[in-house]
Design a protein around this ligand. Structure first.
Ligand code: FES
Length: 164
């Protein structure tokens, strides 16, 4: 049984055909799989391996390097909160703690702790589906997330594609 739906399977084959070595298509196919399903399941990695002439272990080895590729189900909104050094000293952990508790029972929001987002000048910083927000507090961070949930802010998919 195919992980990719018919349209994405055709697209996946087109992507593989672009590369001199099929193995080079692992990352674009991982993004395609994530756009289809929201995360990379074992079934997805097995089909990517089949399409690229590799093994599921090769696909996992590649995908596990990139934090944007999720290997567990995620909500439609992924909130990445930095708790690295600069954010640590100006309230990043408090923002993380607040959001983790606030959205613990909300399956449409996944809150994750991340390393430096390279936005130290605007610490504490977070991203919602990889869109930056700086100088946040626990309260303003929640307001930002709620703006995405209500649709007053437009979110992208976790892979960066625009949500219709
Ligand atoms: S330490 Fe948080 S963005 Fe750099």
């Amino acid at each position: 049984m195919s992980f990719f739906d018919d349209a994405n399977l055709a697209r996946a084959k087109e992507i593989v055909a672009r590369y001199p070595r099929a193995k080079s298509a692992i990352l674009p196919l991982a993004h395609l799989a994530q756009d289809q399903n929201g995360w990379l399941s074992q079934e997805a990695m097995e089909q990517i391996a089949e399409l690229t002439g590799t093994t599921a272990a090769d696909v996992l080895g590649t995908c596990s390097f990139y934090t944007m590729l999720k290997r567990r189900p995620c909500g439609k909104l992924v909130v990445s909160v930095c708790t690295n050094v600069t954010c640590l000293v100006v309230g990043g952990p408090e923002v993380l703690d607040h959001l983790e508790h606030r959205y613990a029972a909300e399956p449409d929001v996944t809150v994750e702790e991340v390393e430096c987002l390279a936005a130290c000048g605007g610490a504490p910083a977070l991203q919602v589906n990889y869109e930056f927000h700086e100088r946040v507090s626990p309260a303003s961070a929640e307001e930002i997330v709620e703006a995405y949930r209500s649709g007053s802010r437009r979110a992208r998919t976790v892979s960066g594609a625009s949500v219709a």
